[in-house]
Structure formats: structure tokens, C-alpha cells
Design a binder for this molecule. Structure first.
Ligand SMILES: Cc1ncc(COP(=O)(O)O)c(C=O)c1O
Length: 390
């Protein structure tokens, strides 16, 4: 990149893809390409079997009790829109509350705003305690009022690196009979997830942040909840029978998968999940926490820097501002040295507003990043400080 070896530190936006995932895509298109669930011919049967095997693999990946609890979507954003429409339209009434947190990605805010507009429901937010980026859990009990229908929160903040206490949040909500949704976009490819142990009702992830292609993700939902939900999109495959004026629905999960799905990318998601488990998600989580802590400490040692997110127990990403230097200047300058960072509001504008900033620079790591790459980042940042006379 610009004459330098690439150091890719934008993994929270999307990860790089291993060869086995690329191979799964080309293998499908070269040898197995056919539509699913429709043919009686061998090729279609093969495509359908591989597609449905991914559903079973995904269920094992998050320890869902049944593969029918896995609905394929384009990613986390589409999963949340599905939930807000299929579950929300039916369940949420005027005066009800959807409880979120102040550190949510826009994709876990805007679909709920649209739902609130449609139904007259309200949104409420668990506060974040400033730059340290922790949820103020002392406010949790009081926030779980009788009109809260859903507590929807991110597992790991893409803007702060905070790891939220999933079990505690789910347990407290469950005790009050409140459903929970977990945004696992930043965590699913980075640590083991067990939806049964967590006790969450819904969870979403994006394949492209965990070595799979773009355009494939999933929504997990407890079967009895999915069974009660109306479909959100109409079309082929999601029906049991269609008449000119009335239709009946296919069973879960097909009820929520209208039209030809993203077959090749779904099959490649299988390869990505196998790959991640071969690397070992516990090892990835350990590496995340070590490289995240190392980057945080090195940034602190650099000086003239404002750091966001907690010091301890952080994920593998650091969000920061160099004093008197705009985040975009940092990212542009770093890019010229071959270091890919991200600068901006990270789709968390309300959080940025709360922190009193318009943007931050972010370095986000994955298992293939090294401490030597962090050292190079720090060297580049030192160069930027010097250039700007800091
Ligand atoms: C915490 C979080 N939630 C949701 C999303 C949206 O994911 P996608 O764009 O894959 O739908 C992202 C993407 O950056 C994210 O970081």
C-alpha cells in the first residue's frame, strides 16, 4: 500500500478471508451451482443439502438447541430489521419501551426508531459512563420497568471495545419477563458464544466480520418465539400455499427467508465457521485481549492521546484521538504508510455526541495481527504527531 507492506487494522469493519472460504465459493459456483429447495435434480439437491448443512453448523457454532432457530439474513443489520418488523409490529404497542444502550451501532437504533414511529412505542437508553465506556449497571434495575418489551444491546462495542456483561443483562431482563436481543456482530468471530448458557432470546451476527463473505449473516431466535412471529417479507419459499387473496406460511425458519437466498455465501459461511474453530475461538479471544491491552498501553505511553473504552477486559480494538489532530487526518496519514485504520463516528453518532466528539480513530485487530504491527502503528502515529508539531 503506497509502497509499504499492508497492516490491516480495520477488522471491526470487515475481516480478511482465508483461502478455504474463497475455495468454498469457487467450488460451489464451479461444481454445485443450482437453486435450493426447489429442484428434484441432483445438482439442486446437492446445493440444498450444503445450504441446510450450514444451518446445522451455525446452530452448533452458537449452541442453539435446534437448527430451525437459525434464520439466514444479509447480516446483523438485516437481522435487526427482521426482528423489529416481524416481532415488533406484532408485539409492541403504544407506550411500550424498547430498552437499548448508549453505545449501540446505528443498526441497533434506527430499526427500533422506525418501529417506535409505527407503533407509538418509546426508546430508552442505559447510560455509558463517559470515556471509560462502561454501561452504568446501577441504572439497570430501575430501567427494566413493566412496559419494557425488549432489552437490545451489543455484546462488544465497535466504537469503544467494551465487552458488556451478557449473562447479567440477560438474567436481569429474564427475571422481569423481558425479552433480550444480543448484537454479536463484533463478538461472534472472536469468542465462543452459547445462546443457551447466555439465556438470550435473540442474537444476530454478520459473516463478513468473521472470515465469511459479505452479504450473509443470521438471526437466532428461540423456537417458540419464532413460531409465533408473522413473516416480514413475502415471496417464494416462505409460503406453504398461495391463493389469489390469501396465503399460509411455511414453517420456521423458511417463513422468514423469502426468495432465493444467498446460497454460495451461506455455504462459504460454513467454511469460515470450521476455520475459526480450527484456529480456536478461545485462542482468538485470548489474543484479542492481549493485543487490545498492548495497543491501549502503547497508545497511553505515546502521550497526547485521548483513549476511549475500558482499560481492563477490553476487546481487540482501540479507539483514540491524538490531541489537536483530526481523526481523518490520522487515518489518511496512516494509510500513506500502509496502515489501514478507520476514522469517523463508527455508526455510533449518539455515543459520539455523548462523549463530546464527532469522530475517533480506531485500530481493530484479529487473530492474524501481531504486536509488531501495533509497534509499527505507534511509530506511524509518532510521525503524525511530529508532522503536526505536537
Ligand atoms: C456492533 C455492530 N452492530 C451491527 C453492525 C452492523 O453489521 P452489518 O453492517 O454487517 O449488518 C456492526 C458493523 O460494524 C457493528 O459493529
Amino acid at each position: 500500500m503506497h509502497g509499504h507492506p499492508l497492516i490491516y487494522l480495520d477488522n471491526a469493519a470487515t475481516s480478511q478471508k482465508p483461502q478455504v472460504v474463497i475455495d468454498a465459493l469457487t467450488q460451489f459456483y464451479r461444481c454445485d451451482n443450482a437453486n435450493v429447495h426447489r429442484g428434484i435434480h441432483e445438482l439442486s439437491n446437492r446445493a440444498s443439502a450444503a445450504f441446510e448443512k450450514t444451518r446445522e453448523r451455525a446452530a452448533r457454532f452458537i449452541n442453539a438447541s435446534h437448527s430451525d432457530e437459525i434464520i439466514f439474513t444479509r447480516g446483523t443489520t438485516e437481522s435487526i430489521n427482521l426482528l423489529a418488523n416481524a416481532w415488533g409490529n406484532q408485539t409492541v404497542k403504544a407506550g411500550d419501551v424498547i430498552l437499548l444502550t448508549e453505545m449501540e451501532h446505528h443498526s441497533n437504533i434506527v430499526p427500533w426508531q422506525l418501529l417506535a414511529r409505527r407503533t407509538g412505542a418509546k426508546l430508552a437508553f442505559l447510560p455509558v459512563n463517559g470515556d471509560e465506556g462502561l454501561l452504568d449497571l446501577s441504572r439497570l434495575e430501575d430501567s427494566l420497568t413493566s412496559n419494557v418489551r425488549l432489552l437490545a444491546f451489543t455484546h462488544i462495542s465497535n466504537a469503544l471495545g467494551t465487552i458488556n456483561p451478557l449473562v447479567e443483562l440477560c438474567e436481569k431482563a429474564r427475571k422481569r419477563g423481558i425479552l433480550t436481543f444480543v448484537d454479536a456482530a463484533q463478538s461472534a468471530g472472536h469468542r465462543r458464544l452459547d445462546v443457551q448458557e447466555l439465556g438470550c432470546d435473540f442474537l444476530a451476527l454478520s459473516g463478513h466480520k468473521m472470515c465469511a463473505p459479505t452479504g450473509i449473516g443470521l438471526l437466532y431466535g428461540r423456537l417458540e418465539l419464532l413460531d409465533d412471529m408473522e413473516p416480514w417479507q413475502g415471496g417464494g419459499d416462505m409460503i406453504s400455499s398461495v391463493d389469489f387473496h390469501e396465503s399460509t406460511w411455511n414453517k420456521v425458519p423458511h417463513k422468514f427467508e423469502a426468495g432465493t437466498p444467498n446460497i454460495a455465501d451461506t455455504i462459504a459461511l460454513h467454511a469460515a465457521m470450521d476455520y475459526l474453530d480450527a484456529v480456536g475461538r478461545d485462542r482468538i479471544a485470548q489474543h484479542d485481549s492481549e493485543i487490545g491491552a498492548y495497543a491501549f498501553e502503547e497508545l497511553e505511553r505515546l502521550g497526547k492521546v485521548r483513549l476511549f473504552g475500558p482499560r481492563n477486559q477490553r476487546a481487540g480494538l482501540v479507539s483514540f484521538l491524538l490531541h489537536n489532530i483530526h481523526a481523518h487526518d490520522v487515518v489518511t496519514f496512516a494509510d500513506r504508510q500502509g496502515v489501514a485504520l478507520r476514522g469517523g463516528h463508527h455508526c455510533t453518532q449518539p455515543l459520539m455526541k455523548k462523549l463530546g466528539v464527532s469522530s475517533t480513530s480506531r485500530a481493530s485487530f484479529y487473530f492474524y495481527n501481531t504486536t509488531e504491527e501495533v509497534d509499527r502503528l505507534i511509530e506511524v502515529l509518532r510521525g503524525i504527531q511530529k508532522f503536526f508539531g505536537e
